[in-house]
Write a protein that binds this ligand. Structure first.
Ligand code: ZN
Length: 447
């Protein structure tokens, strides 16, 4: 073959390739455009929109692509031609739910199954990632379309990978706000209780001093953390006078370095804190949310109100895995639950900004996430307030107000439904029968 002929063949091949590649790019763009134009209408018998104080009857929600376009009375609704109608006229429709405290990489802490340590010691990361994938799916099946996942418990940046796999459509799952490794201090997080000669892995990144603290925050933010999680208390026990004592971890200076760095990235810091010194350091250091807050004293509540700090109580998990009543650990377990109830009531009375969170992962993923709702309502929160704590209020904490946690024009089409009225019986939120995330129906058992 002559050089000229070779060049000609090459040129023709290139032109053909360019043409077919062009066509396929065009086809992709066309299908993306038609998907973004796809219109759906949900006819809602009862609509709890996540924001209003009372439900509305017979509403039509028009969804174009992945966004809500309009919400109006079904009688007056203008239904675009060719719209796909989903009839939920006998159901209660709500925004996709938000759990603001989860651990997709944790799979229960049952002592008879090796407790917390088994999570880290017994399983390769690939196995843990597989279980986290199932956990994410479980959350979506139960109507939780957004999670703030607050630490991977020794699984490094695995949450960033799961989030990416969900966003790219490889696996189903909620919108994830991830916090990667979390930060505590030396002797401030398990694994613990092994021979001191052994170098054990730890569930969190341990730092000492403001320089290491800032460096850890930079590493985690650099690798994709949406939030930074800090442990401000660790061990707890019943003290001499029946009080709950919690071991503090980071100093105010260490925490301030983390908070300063994280706020500089436009992100927020969630602080695990039970009470006492560690809780006060958390507030003095400028934490954006207090996790658990089992033992909120009046000064802490006043400071939280003043600073606009969020409170994510996670009640349910403290009723799991109690040690026998006559042991020190058993006394502590019961004390934690009873103080928690009082703290929750005080927080409500004071008007703290409360968000729904479960700590699921500490609870087995086979259990119900929505079990937290009746806990909140039994302690005096109205069903509507409890729903808001898992919708619009959580969205506000996540800087997603108007985008998620509400059914209003412009929001992402994250919509769930159930056959009964959760305002009459809050437990019914365990029976979510319809789930749409980002404009796509994930499950529909109502039609
Ligand atoms: Zn937790």
């Amino acid at each position: 073959m002559t050089a000229l002929r070779r060049t000609m063949i090459f040129c023709v091949a290139m032109i053909l390739w360019a043409l077919t590649a062009g066509v396929s790019v065009l086809a992709q763009e066309k299908s993306a455009a038609s998907a973004s134009q796809q219109v759906m209408v949900i006819r809602a018998g009862t609509l709890i929109d996540g924001k209003s104080d009372s439900p509305r009857r017979n509403q039509s929600i028009v969804i174009r692509g992945n966004r809500i376009e309009s919400v109006s009375d079904t009688g007056n609704a203008k239904i675009p031609a060719g719209a796909n109608v989903i009839d939920l006229s006998r159901a209660t429709v709500l925004p996709g739910l938000i759990d603001s405290h989860t651990h997709i990489f944790l799979q229960g802490e049952d002592p008879s199954r090796g407790g917390y340590d088994a999570n880290i010691l017994n399983y390769p990361l690939s196995f843990r990632a597989a279980r986290a994938t199932v956990a994410a799916r479980r959350a979506l099946e139960q109507g939780f379309t957004t999670l703030r996942d607050v630490e991977t418990e020794g699984a490094g940046y695995g949450d960033v990978g799961i989030k990416k796999a969900i966003e790219e459509g490889y696996i189903p799952g909620p919108r994830l706000f991830v916090s990667t490794r979390a930060i505590s201090t030396t002797a401030g997080y398990p694994l613990e209780g092994y021979a001191p000669e052994l170098k054990m892995p730890t569930g969190a990144q341990l730092i000492d001093g403001p320089i290491e603290a800032r460096k850890a925050a930079r590493e985690q933010l650099g690798h994709g953390a949406d939030w930074i999680k800090v442990y401000m208390t660790h061990r707890s026990w019943a003290g001499k006078n029946g009080e709950l004592v919690s071991q503090p971890t980071l100093t105010v200076e260490e925490l301030k370095a983390v908070v300063d760095e994280t706020h500089g990235w436009g992100k927020k810091v969630a602080c695990h804190a039970y009470g006492g010194i560690g809780l006060h350091r958390a507030l003095d250091g400028g934490c954006d949310s207090i996790e658990h807050g089992l033992d909120l004293d009046d000064a802490a509540i006043a400071q939280m109100l003043n600073q606009g700090t969020w409170y994510c109580p996670t009640l349910s998990v403290y009723y799991y895995d109690w040690e026998p009543a006559d042991t020190p650990a058993g006394k502590r377990d019961r004390l934690r639950a009873s103080l928690h109830e009082e703290s929750f009531k005080k927080a409500m009375k004071a008007g703290l900004k409360i968000v729904f969170g479960t700590d699921i992962g500490g609870i087995p993923w086979t259990d119900s996430i929505a079990q937290e709702f009746p806990r909140m309502v039994e302690l005096g929160m109205s069903p509507m307030e409890a729903i808001k704590s898992a919708t619009s209020r959580a969205a506000e904490m996540l800087d997603m107000a108007g985008q998620i946690g509400v059914i209003v024009p412009g929001a992402y089409a994250d919509v769930v439904a159930l056959a009964s009225d959760p305002l009459q019986n809050i437990k019914q939120l365990e029976q979510i029968r319809f789930v749409m995330k980002d404009g796509k129906v994930f499950k529909n058992e109502l039609q």
